[in-house]
Write a protein that binds this ligand. Structure first.
Ligand SMILES: C[S@@+](CC[C@H](N)C(=O)[O-])C[C@H]1O[C@@H](n2cnc3c(N)ncnc32)[C@H](O)[C@@H]1O
Length: 305
C-alpha cells in the first residue's frame, strides 16, 4: 500500500477524527475529501480485509495520491453527489462518513491554481478543473450586490459594499485577469492589515467559485439516508459559517427556518442525529505548533439514530 502524502497535505485532527468515526473493522466508510490521503490511510489501518473505503475528491491532482489497496476506491467527483456515486458502486448504506472541508495545502501552495494571494497566476481557484466558473468569471460578471454579499458573508470583509462597487467600476476599464493585476487594482481599498484583508477577499472568492456552502448543504442532506443506524458523521470545518451549518443540521435535521405562516407553530423537528460534540473539538497546542494551518479547524461528530 502507498502511504499518504504529507508533502501534499498534513491531516488535521487525525486521531480525534478516527475516535469520532468509531471504526468497526469490517465496516464501510467514506472519506468525502481524500486530498493527500492522510485520513484515508488511517481509516484503512483500522479496517480488516472485509472493510471498505470510498474516497471522494473533485480535484484531479488528488487522484495521484490514490491508495493502492483492494479495499479502497477513489471517486473523482464532488461529494455533493455522494449518494449517486455510492449507488453506482453498489453501496447504499455506510458505517461512517468523514469530511475535512476546504482546500488542501497542495492546492493553496501550487501557484498556478490561483488560490494564494502571494503568487502571480490567473484568477482561477477551481478545485475541480472541469468546471467553467473561475474567480475571473465572478469578478468580471457578478452584479455589485452579489459581489457585496459574497465578500461580506464568506470573507467578513469590512468594506464589502465599497469593494464591490469599486470592482464593478474598475472592471469596466480593464477586466481582471491575474492575481497581481487584481491586487494592484484594489490596493487603495485595503483596510487594516493588507495580508489579512487580502486573505479574506480571496477566501470569499474561493468559497464562491467552488460553491462550498452549497456542496456542504447537499452532503448534510444526503447523509441521513446513507448512514446506518449507529453510523458516525465526522466533519472538520474551517469557517464559522460552515461550522454553524453543521451544528444546526446535526441539531435540527434540516435548514428550514421556523414557518412564520403557521399560527400554531410547526411541530418540533425530529433530527436523525444524536450530536456527540456539545462543543466542537479543536486542535491541541502540540498539533498547532507542528501544523499552524490547523488553527481554525473545528470537528463535530454526530451519530445516526
Ligand atoms: C482539507 S483537504 C483534505 C485533506 C485530507 N483529509 C488529507 O488528509 O490529506 C480537502 C480536499 O477535499 C477536496 N474537496 C473540497 N471540497 C470538495 C467537494 N465538494 N467534493 C469533493 N472534494 C472536495 C479538495 O479538493 C481537497 O483535496
Amino acid at each position: 500500500m502507498r502511504d499518504s502524502n504529507p508533502a501534499y497535505h498534513i491531516p488535521v485532527l487525525l486521531s480525534e477524527a478516527m475516535d469520532g468515526l468509531n471504526i468497526r473493522a469490517s465496516g464501510v466508510f467514506v472519506d468525502c475529501t481524500f486530498g493527500g490521503g492522510g485520513h484515508s490511510t488511517e481509516i484503512l489501518a483500522h479496517l480488516d480485509a472485509a472493510g471498505r473505503l470510498y474516497g471522494f475528491d473533485q480535484d484531479s491532482d488528488a487522484k495521484r495520491n490514490s491508495l493502492q489497496d483492494e479495499r479502497f476506491v477513489f471517486i473523482p467527483h464532488n461529494f455533493r453527489h455522494l449518494q449517486r456515486f455510492l449507488r453506482l458502486h453498489g453501496v447504499t448504506k455506510v458505517d461512517g462518513i468523514l469530511a475535512d472541508l476546504g482546500v488542501s495545502s497542495h492546492q493553496f501552495d501550487e501557484p498556478a491554481r490561483g488560490f494564494s494571494t502571494r503568487a502571480e497566476a490567473n484568477l482561477d481557484m477551481r478545485m475541480d478543473k472541469r468546471q467553467s466558473v473561475t474567480a475571473e468569471t465572478i469578478l468580471n460578471t457578478y452584479e455589485e450586490q452579489k459581489l457585496q454579499k459574497m465578500f461580506s458573508l464568506y470573507g467578513e470583509v469590512t468594506n464589502a459594499k465599497t469593494l464591490a462597487k469599486a470592482i464593478v467600476t474598475l472592471r469596466n476599464k480593464t477586466p481582471f485577469r491575474t492575481v497581481n493585476g487584481f491586487k494592484q487594482a484594489i490596493a487603495d481599498l485595503v483596510k487594516g492589515n493588507p495580508n489579512r484583508y487580502l486573505a479574506q477577499v480571496f477566501q470569499a472568492l474561493r468559497i464562491e467559485v467552488n460553491d462550498e456552502t452549497g456542496a456542504l448543504r447537499e452532503l448534510l442532506e444526503q447523509a441521513p439516508a446513507v448512514l446506518k443506524p449507529g453510523g458516525r458523521f465526522v466533519i472538520i470545518s474551517f469557517h464559522s459559517l460552515e461550522d454553524r451549518m453543521v451544528k444546526q443540521f446535526f441539531k435540527n435535521g434540516h435548514f428550514e427556518e421556523k414557518d412564520e405562516q403557521d399560527p400554531y407553530g410547526s411541530s418540533p423537528s425530529i433530527t436523525p442525529f444524536r450530536t456527540l460534540t456539545k462543543k466542537p473539538i479543536t486542535p491541541s497546542e502540540k498539533e498547532l505548533s507542528q501544523n499552524p494551518r490547523a488553527r481554525s479547524a473545528k470537528l463535530r461528530i454526530a451519530e445516526k439514530i
